[in-house]
Structure formats: structure tokens, C-alpha cells
Design a protein around this ligand. Sequence first.
Ligand code: DGY
Length: 304
Amino acid sequence: MARVFVTRAVPGDALERLRSAHEVRVWDGALPPEPAVLREALAEVEGLLCLLTERVDAALLDSAPRLRAIANYAVGTDNIDLELTAARGIGVGVTPDVLTEATADLAFALLLAAARRLPQAAADARGGAWRTWEPARWLGAEVDGGALGIVGFGRIGRAVARRAHGFRMTVRSTADTDLDELLACSDYVSLHVPLTPRTRHLIDAAALKRMRPTAVLVNTSRGAVIDQRALIDALRSGEIAAAAIDVTDPEPPPPGDPIYETPNLLVVPHIGSATRAARARMTELAVENLLAGLEGRPMPHPAG
Ligand code: DGY
């Protein structure tokens, strides 16, 4: 029987399977454990189920000499130093596939909301500004038949493309089109790349300048794929029309961050995989990964 630390209560009942095989401690705070607290909690554990809020770096691994299996409750792994875990022989598992459709749904919901200016329209309706049917107010962009550029054509990018075909959109991606050209010829741009040193600030001031002044930018990948300061400037100056983002850099943005005051910017709190079904399945995959890793079997859903 191994000792396992779980850094937050996670949905679904799959943790029971883990509990029947191992000694499991679940952090019961609403916020993630502070790094020092987490380091202390890991002193004796062999297994870790962590979230994207936990940074698995040298300091953390140094404090966990017995650790041999990590299940990340996410498909992304930018919170984990994978070179270091590999060098130390620690298996890392992720939760692919089960969140693909939920995340693609959210990307499309953001695209539609930004195109049709739903946040502004809803706020006006609640605020008493809906006095009559107005022919020239709350006008947005047509999505049907628009040109969609998908940056990153993995599982989630392809799932977004399937939705776009239902809207008769012209779909291009970085799998077939150079990024600069894709940005220049798209009405909508949706980001689906993992965060790596190569994709950090992929959408910077120069990239934003290449986009159409009518374009809508959607991000459900990782906040740091966009240079956030450059995005705020581009929206303020009207270089692009709107953006809708599920992810920010940092998360959450601190109170008073200019992101909350930027026009035509819809921000939601990293909810791409937040359906009851996807989150319960993520728990199942994380548990399968840990059970395998702790038994010395290959993880069914390894990172990388
Ligand atoms: C992931 O899995 O990487 C998402 O960002 C959270 O579900």
C-alpha cells in the first residue's frame, strides 16, 4: 500500500478505487496548498494527483524523495518539469480525450459569444438599456460562412473544426497554412497549442497586427500563448475586434488587472473541461494512471 496525496477534491467517485488500494490524503482547501505546505505534505508519499495549479519543479521533487508516480488532472503538462521527472524515473500521466469535446464546445461558445457580443447585450438587458427593438444596436459579426483559422490541429483543434463545418465556415489550420497567412486571412482565430517555450507569446504584438481589424481571437489553450499586454493594446486600439479567453497569464489575473477593463474582451475562469461528465472522466483517468504507476505498470495515459 502506497501513500498518495491529492491536491484538491475532484469530481466523480473514482477516488474510491484509489482509496481501496492505497492510503489517500485529499487536500480539503478551496485553494491549492501553498508550495511550502505541498512540499511538506509530499515528504513521505509515493503517489501524487495534482492539478495545473501545482508547479512540479526541482524544489517540489527534492522534497518528495519517495515519489514515483504523478497523475496530472489535465491534458496539458506545462506545470510539470517533464525532463526532471523523467531523469528521476517518476512516471507522469495526463487526462487526454475525455475533455476534448467539452473544450471544443467552450471554444465555439466563446467564438459565438464574442461574434454576437453576448456579454454586452446581456449586460444592457439587465441594466435597463433594452427600451425597444433596435435595428442598428447590438450588431455583431456573422459566423455562418466565416473563415476560421485554427492554431494547433491536435484533438481539440480538430473537434473545433468539426463544429465549424456545421456553420459552413472555411476552416484552415496551422497544419496546412503558415501562421502569418492564417492570421491574415481569418475572421476568427482559435488557439489550440500546448504551452511550450516555442509557443509562449506566439500571439504577440506583431501577430496581432497581422490579424484583420474585424477579427475575433479565441483562446482555450494556455494564457501565456498570448502576450496579454499586447492583446489589451490591440483591443484598445481596435487592431482586432474582439477576443474571448478561457485562460490568462497569470491565473487568475490579480484584482485591478487591466484585463477586466479591456473593451470587447470576454474572460471566463478556465472552464474548458468543466462539464460534470468530463471532470468525472478526468478523475477516472488520473486514478488509472496512478494505480498503474504505483504498481510499476506503464501508465495507460502517459504524458508526452
Ligand atoms: C487541461 O486539461 O490541460 C485543461 O486546461 C484543464 O482541463
